[in-house]
Design a protein around this ligand. Sequence first.
Ligand code: BGC
Length: 255
Amino acid sequence: MQILGIDIGGTGIKGAIVETATGVLVSDRIRIKTPLPATPEAIGITVKELVERHRWSGPIGIGFPAAIQHGIARTAANIDNSFIGLAVADFFSVQTGCAAYVANDADVAGMAEIRFGAGKGVAGVVLIVTIGTGLGTALFSSGQLLPNTELGHLLLDNGLEAEQYASEAVRIGEELQWKAWGKRFNRYLTAMEKLLWPDLIVLGGGVSKKLHKFAPLITTQAPILPALFLNQAGIVGAALFAEEKLQQGCNSPER
Ligand code: BGC
């Protein structure tokens, strides 16, 4: 099945048509800068533009940077607070005229990696961390997702929230060298390991292409792999999520 996958991030909104049987992008990937302030109205217009530029009228899957409970946004760390409490799946369905299915961005990126990527066939606990404007997490046990883990907001032993200390936005904003940022990120991963004991850690987001620059600084027992889909995991996973919901017979998008 072909589905338009859209990944809404703090800096870019990206979309492509995905063949869900293979996870392959079958159209160009289009990226539009995330409007600021990232209000529902502004993001709604951008998502509609992506849909139109793909000449798409079928179902769409959306990875969204917030905890999404039954189609409703519950948090808003890197988007406008007015998203909190909004039925985002209904909202994007109305904006685009397409049936929209919405889940947390890191969760859907994880789905792509578990189905087709670095976490495929791993029996134990897999932790996926997406590194971007924020730090997103997805946790799987034997392929089953525990949704909406918001572990980028973990408080570290220095009293700082992980996402304010070791995200990609912080690396760029504070002009940190790879070594300095890698040490920070290792502090985060080792804290996570003490709490979750994953068998494998998969890193997604733009930084996953640069893993060689900071991998020597990572001291976790669990092996680290870059996301196979690199920073396209969110697009692919969003489409997979929509497909899953369609197969469950949810023609009302929000569930
Ligand atoms: C949000 C998460 C999201 C992550 C990555 C965090 O600030 O709270 O929901 O997955 O950023 O976008």
